[in-house]
Design a binder for this molecule. Structure first.
Ligand SMILES: *[C@@H]1O[C@H](CO)[C@@H](O)[C@H](O)[C@H]1NC(C)=O
Ligand SMILES: *[C@@H]1O[C@H](CO)[C@@H](O)[C@H](O)[C@H]1NC(C)=O
Ligand SMILES: *[C@@H]1O[C@H](CO)[C@@H](O)[C@H](O)[C@H]1NC(C)=O
Ligand SMILES: *[C@@H]1O[C@H](CO)[C@@H](O)[C@H](O)[C@H]1NC(C)=O
Length: 209
């Protein structure tokens, strides 16, 4: 009876240990939480905007476990997909518009966002190559492209929907910079110091000429 009791305890403990160490079990709840890394990136914006920033990272399930470089990539991906939607919307607006002046402006705007998208695509490649400064510059240029779209409308009558969509795009894209900056810092920390490499080479040379 006693040994039966003890083996039951052992059996259930084993199940508990198994379940709690299985990654999928541990991750079920973490998918929907904001990681400290995301919080550090979102800290770049004003406190009242931070919940909006968290929500936007939550829309990509990779965010909860991503490191800074992956978060920079996610940020670019989210900005890119928002930009793609904006282009489709602008093209559709232009198609429906009967006023020639407005139609031309919508198409012009769509072109600015196509340029912004090219910069984001390039930014992703430079991120892969760890050319962090270039990624930051490209993201800043993509935001400028969006500003140019709005500037083209400023003299006439910018629709508030367009303004809001442009601001959303700029909001998302503004987090590329802090994400890249934190990637750069964490890359420096994990990189082995120079003398370490030198030591390895010397060792090889001295002991295995
Ligand atoms: C994540 O949390 C939000 C509220 O914070 C909720 O609306 C959403 O359904 C949750 N998603 C999952 C997958 O649990
Ligand atoms: C968040 O930003 C504020 C002001 O920019 C700064 O003082 C604070 O140290 C930052 N917090 C973290 C955790 O980075
Ligand atoms: C353009 O018109 C089509 C058909 O009338 C409509 O479905 C679409 O939503 C319109 N596009 C925009 C951006 O308003
Ligand atoms: C501003 O735009 C709206 C919607 O496109 C239009 O109905 C309105 O007439 C425009 N106003 C002026 C002053 O052009």
């Amino acid at each position: 009876m006693a040994s039966c009791f003890i083996s039951s305890i052992l059996f259930f403990s084993a199940i508990f240990v198994f379940l709690s160490t299985t990654p999928s079990f541990a991750n079920i709840n973490s998918k929907n939480v904001t990681s400290d890394r995301v919080k550090n990136i979102c800290n770049a914006t004003e406190p009242w905007n931070q919940p909006r920033c968290y929500e936007f990272y939550k829309s990509d399930p990779r965010s909860s476990t991503a490191d800074y470089k992956e978060l920079a990539e996610i940020t670019i991906d989210l900005a890119n997909s928002d930009c793609k939607k904006l282009i489709h919307w602008l093209n559709s607006l232009a198609k429906n518009e009967t006023d020639h002046g407005y139609r031309r402006r919508y198409l012009q705007c769509s072109k600015h966002y196509s340029e912004a998208r090219e910069k984001l695509d390039a930014g992703k490649k430079y991120l892969e190559a760890k050319k962090f400064e270039t990624v930051e510059d490209l993201a800043a240029n993509a935001i400028e492209d969006s500003n140019e779209c709005i500037a083209d409308f400023a003299k006439v009558n910018t629709t508030s929907t367009l303004l809001n969509k442009a601001k959303d795009f700029e909001f998302i894209t503004s987090f590329v910079k802090p994400a890249v900056e934190l990637s750069r810092k964490s890359d420096k920390v994990t990189k082995k110091p120079y003398y370490y490499t030198l030591q390895l080479i010397l060792k090889k040379w001295v002991f295995h000429p």
